[in-house]
Design a protein around this ligand. Structure first.
Ligand SMILES: Nc1ncnc2c1ncn2[C@@H]1O[C@H](COP(=O)(O)OP(=O)(O)OP(=O)(O)O)[C@@H](O)[C@H]1O
Ligand SMILES: [Mg+2]
Length: 391
């Protein structure tokens, strides 16, 4: 029996490239089309906004986009990506430093920049160019070398910073191939509409949702097979179903199965290993859910979350009005004095308990099975408090 070699290829975590990026063909197709346009020197018709609950694979898709851009290195007009988050570039100045490349800065303002500490960071000196100069410089550079600016975790931007960024993007995009891609959790949609009322409608919006069953199976089985590990169709089906097609759980499953195969030196996983892996996955998942439940509790939104979860036991989607009714009926009276029902609804969206994908007006569960967990914990709690209710 051959030993299974190497490190575990599955990467349950944060933005880690999965061993097989499954089920994003349509999103990748849309992104490739825009890259082809800007590669040809054409300003993109709109900015891009990508949103979806945590763990769905937004950062993975942004990283994929960076790899695609790198493939243009040998083209006539190679593209350049600037990868950012509000924490990496908290100020506009730090962002400008990256948006305009170091060689371009040297070329345009040879006497107005200086090397910072360590010699690897360029900082503007007191005679720094003003915003108009910077936008013009960006436009000129983009004509030669288009820029794709990726802002991950965009829902955490300061509103003033976001506003400035949207202005830069609008000016640059009118004149040159410059693409702004904003990615974030479902709260991003509301956040952007508070900064600029019509921004979302005028953007190219991609919802990052769960995978379908086939893509889920591929994401698990392809990396296993590559390492010589087999799994029967029935067992795979069990894994696919339990993962709820949620990318983060898919990686948890893959990791556990691969570890077991290596540990037991197995080239064929049986239902025994699936059961063993299930326990491990379940433990990790419970921690993950418990943290989210605690957050809802801290926000005093747990009773509303439980009532919403009860509704979702019989349906996959519901309307905004129905959710608002449930929230209004399940809030402590004083919390309605300080925040409106709409604000509480936005909080539940921000914490990904519910979300509505871009192509739908209906709401669905955010992180799968968090609702089931919240309900189960509530039942346990009720039984502890009043055992008679068991009868
Ligand atoms: N298409 C995919 N196929 C298989 N695994 C994936 C896919 N997309 C993401 N993953 C895996 O899912 C996990 C979450 O991905 P990622 O961190 O990109 O999610 P996210 O949406 O950016 O989450 P967050 O909002 O917390 O930043 C990672 O372990 C990643 O490897
Ligand atoms: Mg991410």
């Amino acid at each position: 029996m051959t030993q299974i070699e190497g490190l575990n290829p599955f990467r349950p975590g944060d933005g880690q490239r999965p061993p097989y990026l499954a089920g994003r063909e349509s999103e990748q197709g849309r992104l490739r089309k825009i890259l082809a346009e800007i590669s040809a020197g054409r300003p993109p018709a709109a900015n891009m906004v990508m949103y979806g609950p945590r763990g769905m694979g937004k950062t993975v898709l942004l990283n994929w986009l960076v790899d695609e851009v790198e493939k243009t290195a040998k083209h006539n007009r190679p593209l350049r990506t600037v990868q950012s988050t509000p924490t990496i570039f908290p100020s506009l100045k730090s962002l400008w430093n990256k948006l305009i490349s170091d060689d371009w800065k040297e070329k345009l303002w040879p006497n107005q920049i200086e090397l910072g500490a360590g010699g690897n960071k360029i900082v503007w000196n007191s005679k720094a160019p003003d915003d108009d100069d910077l936008v013009s410089a960006l436009i000129e550079e983009c004509k030669e070398r288009p820029v794709v600016l990726l802002m991950d975790e965009a829902h955490t931007m300061e509103p003033a910073f976001c506003q400035a960024l949207l202005n830069i993007s609008q000016q640059a995009r009118q004149n040159a191939p410059f693409l702004l891609v904003l990615a974030g959790t479902p709260g991003l949609r509301h956040f952007l509409s508070t900064v600029n009322a019509s921004f979302i409608e005028r953007s190219n919006v991609i919802g990052i949702a769960r995978l379908d069953a086939q893509a889920t199976a591929d994401a698990i089985v392809k990396p296993l097979n590559e390492h010589g590990i087999e799994i029967d169709a029935d067992d795979l089906e069990r894994v696919v179903e339990d993962s709820q097609h949620y990318p983060y759980f898919i990686q948890l499953w893959g990791e556990s199965l691969w570890d077991l195969a290596k540990q037991k030196e197995l080239q064929k996983l049986t239902s025994e290993e699936i059961t063993e892996a299930e326990t491990k996955v379940e433990n990790r998942r419970s921690n993950f859910y418990e943290q989210r439940r605690a957050t809802l509790d801290d926000l005093e939104l747990l009773p509303a979350a439980v009532a919403i979860a009860a509704v979702f036991q019989n349906t996959e989607t519901t309307t905004r009005d129905r959710l608002k009714e449930i929230i209004a009926d399940n809030l402590p009276a004083d919390s309605l004095a300080t925040q409106s029902v709409n604000e509480h609804l936005q909080t539940l969206i921000r914490h990904e308990f519910i979300w509505n994908p871009p192509d739908s007006i209906l709401f669905e569960a955010g992180i799968p099975s968090l609702m089931r967990y919240v309900l189960d914990r509530q039942r346990e709690h009720v039984q502890k408090v009043s055992p008679a209710s068991l009868a």
